[in-house]
Design a protein around this ligand. Structure first.
Ligand SMILES: C[S@@+](CC[C@H](N)C(=O)[O-])C[C@H]1O[C@@H](n2cnc3c(N)ncnc32)[C@H](O)[C@@H]1O
Length: 345
């Protein structure tokens, strides 16, 4: 009897099981958003609210699946429902309509087109072998000639994930002392576009592989920035960096293991003039890597796609200090992003 009472008491003190359910439900719930995107739910609601039956008719799907997808999208804040009619929330309007400049959909497309990379089996293989699984295990940055179309899609998705944050971080730092920003692994050039838009003193150079530079030139032209931003074709492991007094890396350190990040840090230190600045922009772990979840999940994304992982601001600061940089600072940036920045003495 005493035993039964203590078991009951323990039970009532036990945490509930929602965290366990969150894992199971996340596996099914989040893909509902990718499906809504692929089916065209968001542009369908562009002109105003619609009822379930109209949405079913327009998308040619039945009520049961439509309701599941729409409820998931509503629960996660992409749709709202009022008197049985669904409409876009501000976040869906801003990021999921192609006509808007902050369109994020190409990043979701990259996840959909490469869904085998985040299958359980593939992630298990990545964890057991410590090898990326994307593009048949060849890694994301393969020789360009065999993957021109993949590079195009990848670069478009980088633009899509970066263009909004690119206009934010230049607001949190004073860059008035700098003249030329070298955007290393700059991809679409989104961050160069954001930086020169804010700072009229600044010119930028996007440093990346030749085909990526070609694609970046299109994005730069779309923003009318050809006289402020140019591209420079090169390999950051082998080639000398063109002169600049500001080195910028966004979502680049997390592609590589610590020794390669230290190599890049030292290379930047040597290339920069005195008072030159380095900025590392990315999603960072907190000090003891207990979170945030975004940085931990991003690290898993890197397991599937690259040789890299998420770093903490402490780790990046140590790399910068070891290379000789001083005045190291960490600042929050847009959404889940932060920047770590430092000066060459
Ligand atoms: C994850 S993307 C970063 C995109 C961009 N910085 C942003 O935040 O939007 C990494 C970029 O690094 C480039 N990259 C990879 N290896 C490189 C190398 N050896 N030399 C130059 N660029 C490289 C890739 O082509 C790609 O454009």
């Amino acid at each position: 009897m005493a035993n039964e009472v203590s078991t009951e008491a323990q039970q009532s003190q036990a945490p509930d099981d929602r965290k366990l359910w969150d894992v199971v439900l996340g596996i099914y719930g989040y893909p509902a958003l990718l499906l809504a995107h692929k089916l065209g739910v968001f542009p369908l609601l562009e002109d105003g609210e619609l009822s379930l039956s109209v949405i079913c008719e327009r998308l040619n799907i039945k009520a049961r699946p439509a309701e599941s997808i729409l409820s998931a999208a509503t629960a996660l804040g992409f749709l709202s429902i009022k008197e049985g009619r669904y409409s876009l929330t501000a976040v869906a309007e801003h990021y999921l309509l192609k006509k808007n400049p902050s369109y994020f959909g190409y990043m979701w497309d990259l996840m959909i087109e490469n869904d085998q990379v985040h299958s359980f089996k593939s992630l298990e293989r990545a964890v057991r072998t410590d090898e990326p699984q994307v593009y048949g295990g060849t890694g994301v940055y393969r020789p360009e000639e065999v993957q021109a179309e993949l590079v195009r899609r990848f670069t478009r998705s980088m633009y899509s994930m970066s263009i909004k944050s690119a206009f934010h971080w230049p607001e949190v730092l004073d860059l008035s002392a700098h003249r030329i920003m070298l955007d290393i692994g700059g991809s679409s050039g989104a961050h160069s576009i954001g930086a020169v838009s804010k700072w009229s003193n600044l010119q930028a150079i996007v440093f990346d592989f030749p085909l990526v530079c070609e694609i970046a030139n299109d994005f730069i032209a779309q923003h009318g920035m050809q006289d402020r931003i140019r591209t420079y074709e090169g390999d950051m492991w082998r080639d000398e960096m063109p002169p600049a007094d500001l080195h910028f890396y966004s979502t680049v350190y997390n592609d590589w293991p610590p020794e390669k990040c230290s190599f890049l840090t030292a290379k930047s230190f040597n290339a920069l003039p005195s008072k030159g600045r380095i900025i590392i922009h990315g999603m960072l772990y907190n000090e003891d890597k207990s979170g945030p979840f975004a940085a931990a999940a991003f690290s898993m994304l890197m397991m599937g796609w690259t040789e890299g992982k998420s770093y903490s601001s402490t780790e990046l600061s140590a790399m910068l200090g070891d290379a000789g940089f001083c005045d190291i600072e960490v600042r929050p940036a847009f959404g889940y992003y932060s920047i770590v920045t430092a000066l060459k003495p």
